[in-house]
Design a protein around this ligand. Structure first.
Ligand code: GRF
Length: 209
């Protein structure tokens, strides 16, 4: 594989994006973050991208008459930047079938729980950590997975767990999980860029070289 051209889609603060930008600067993976797309104009992720000299694009579904028109606009901007690989890093919009089919096994997402627990419709942001806290679970963690039709249901690439201390509230869980997320996402991007991920039977095999 030559240098992989990466688009990062983000709706929020973009700390995972920042981890990828920093890792790229350190030469941690053979890829180039060529584009950052957000569906929120005020997303700090866009500022982080601009500061790093990365092209940005604000694309809100609200500005388009139909969902199909939004999809076409997203696909057009991805194609214009010759994107090979898409990373969802806190992107709070579900991708359509058309977009998924345009990038088969070329889109990954980071989720702040140990999937399949605490994932799926409605499990995003602090809701995940509140649910974990409520459940009394002793462990939580982060998951990087390929994106498929089912929400948070695609083949799992990497996971990392942490033990939850009894006195932790949802915010403590969020902070601890976020710390795990950054290196995990960088590692997944590195593996993808080395062409080491193979999906067989809904399972991800990591090739050892
Ligand atoms: C992370 O917890 C990620 O797992 C989830 O959204 C959050 C984004 O955080 N999908 P940030 O914007 O990268 O700081």
């Amino acid at each position: 594989m030559g240098t992989v051209k990466i688009a990062v889609l983000a709706s929020g603060g973009g700390s995972n994006l920042q981890a990828l930008i920093d890792a790229q600067t350190d030469g941690a993976f053979n890829g180039e973050i060529a584009l950052v797309v957000s569906n929120r104009k005020a997303a700090f992720a866009l500022e982080r991208a601009k500061k790093a000299g990365i092209a940005t694009h604000y694309l809100s579904a609200k500005s388009f008459p139909t969902a199909a028109a939004f999809d076409d606009a997203l696909l057009t901007v991805l194609a214009a930047h010759e994107i090979d690989f898409i990373v969802l890093a806190g992107y709070l919009k579900v991708l359509s079938t058309k977009v998924l089919q345009s990038y088969p096994n070329k889109i990954i997402n980071i989720h702040p729980s140990l999937l399949p627990a605490f994932g799926g419709d409605g499990f995003y942001g602090m809701r995940v950590h509140h649910a974990v806290h409520q459940s009394g679970a002793k462990l939580s963690g982060a998951t990087v997975h390929f994106v498929t039709e089912g929400i948070d249901a695609g083949p799992i690439i990497l996971q990392k767990a942490i033990r939850l201390e009894p006195d932790w509230g949802p915010e403590d869980i969020q902070a601890a999980v976020l710390k795990l997320e950054h290196p995990l996402l960088v590692e997944a991007v590195k593996l993808y860029c080395e062409n080491r991920l193979e999906v067989i039977d809904n399972k991800v095999l990591i090739q050892e070289f």
